[in-house]
Design a protein around this ligand. Structure first.
Ligand code: NCD
Length: 343
């Protein structure tokens, strides 16, 4: 696709070459994210971060990514403090906001809302999650992390095995990820969800066109013979009421002893986060924190690289970003930390 000046709404926009391009730009962003060098290439540019649903890492990492390229961030984080609460249409909001900014990142509870918003926007819009529908930047950073984790083991995305676990019905990150996996070859997928939270039929059908897909309702049965576990939170906010959501709370829990008993040695553990660490939930137990295969914080670190890449591509500064880069002059704890910034 041509990235320059265009919206990023769905992973369906990408071909495999586009994903490769995003990942190679993301690789080149690492020195800035690691505070080894500084670029001011987006000096004077403004991103409007409009998050009308809860978010921590997506919002802050898009903002940090823009700051790391030298740009400024404006934020709106609640419907009730925005003019949407006064009945303003997405069309009007888009016309107004795009006058104030050079690019907009938007999260909204309604499927299709970000696409609708983008049609009225005069600047590129990046989908930060539209209800249960899609979350393209999350899927890209997940795939980027998978590629790295597999590469460390001498493997590639083509031909690997993955278990997708938990709420596959409402999880937008997993929906986008499945669509992206359609660009690769011969993947073995275990779809592991409680009855009622299965992956939507049309996404399963699409996956089956290229890959080997097996569905499970029992957690332990789905954990065998894969390279990566991709665990998801029950998306309680998408259920008609709390009572419905409570039926699923704590049904699927992975801890170190389940991992040791049922997974292949060195199976990578991923999660888009946040994990639900309340005692009743615990889909990914804290006792896995010392397990070196837990890649969840490598995912969040990689999110900054991938989001920098998206901004650089859409605003057409990929090469320019490196031209006037400077060394960092302050003491950066990030670089001097024993973990080297790489958890
Ligand atoms: C995900 C989301 O919002 O869809 N979180 C995120 O952006 N990293 C997953 C979730 O909320 O469970």
């Amino acid at each position: 696709m041509d990235f320059v000046g265009n919206h990023i709404i769905s992973v369906n926009q990408f071909e495999r070459a586009d994903v490769d391009r995003i990942f190679s730009v993301a690789d080149a962003m690492r020195p800035y994210a690691m505070r080894e060098r500084i670029t001011r290439v987006l000096e004077g540019a403004i991103v409007s971060n409009m998050f009308f649903e809860p978010s921590t890492r997506t919002r802050v990492s898009f903002g940090s990514a823009f700051n790391l390229l030298g740009g400024e961030v404006r934020e709106t984080t609640e419907v009730k403090t925005s003019s949407l609460a006064k009945g303003e249409s997405l069309y009007d909001t888009a016309r107004v906001l795009s006058g104030y900014s050079d690019v907009i990142v938007m999260r909204h509870p309604e499927p299709g809302s970000v696409a609708e918003f983008s049609e009225a926007s005069r600047v590129p819009v990046i989908n930060g999650g539209d209800g249960p529908n899609e979350h393209p930047s999350q899927a890209l950073l997940d795939l980027y992390t998978m590629r790295e984790e597999l590469r460390n083991k001498g493997r590639s995305i083509d031909g690997f095995g993955i278990a997708l676990i938990g709420d596959l019905k409402f999880g937008r990150a997993v929906h986008s990820l499945c669509k992206l996996l359609g660009l690769f070859e011969n993947i073995r997928l275990h779809l592991v969800s409680p009855p009622g939270l299965e992956l939507p039929e049309e996404i399963v059908a699409e996956l089956k066109r290229r890959h080997k897909v097996v569905s499970f309702h029992a957690l332990e049965e789905g954990l065998h013979d894969v390279d990566i576990l991709y665990v998801t939170r029950t998306q309680e906010e998408r259920f008609p009421n709390q009572k419905e959501a409570d039926r699923y709370r704590g049904l699927f829990r992975i801890n170190q002893s389940i991992y040791t008993e049922h997974c292949e040695p060195n199976t990578v553990i991923m999660h888009p986060l946040p994990r639900d660490s309340r005692a009743q939930a615990q889909e990914l137990d804290d006792d896995l924190n010392q397990n070196p295969n837990l890649a969840i914080f490598r995912q969040t670190d990689n999110g900054v690289l991938v989001r920098m890449a998206l901004f650089a591509l859409v605003l057409d500064v990929v090469d320019e970003a490196h031209n006037h880069a400077q060394p960092v002059t302050w003491h950066t704890a990030k670089r001097h930390h024993p973990l080297g910034g790489r958890p």
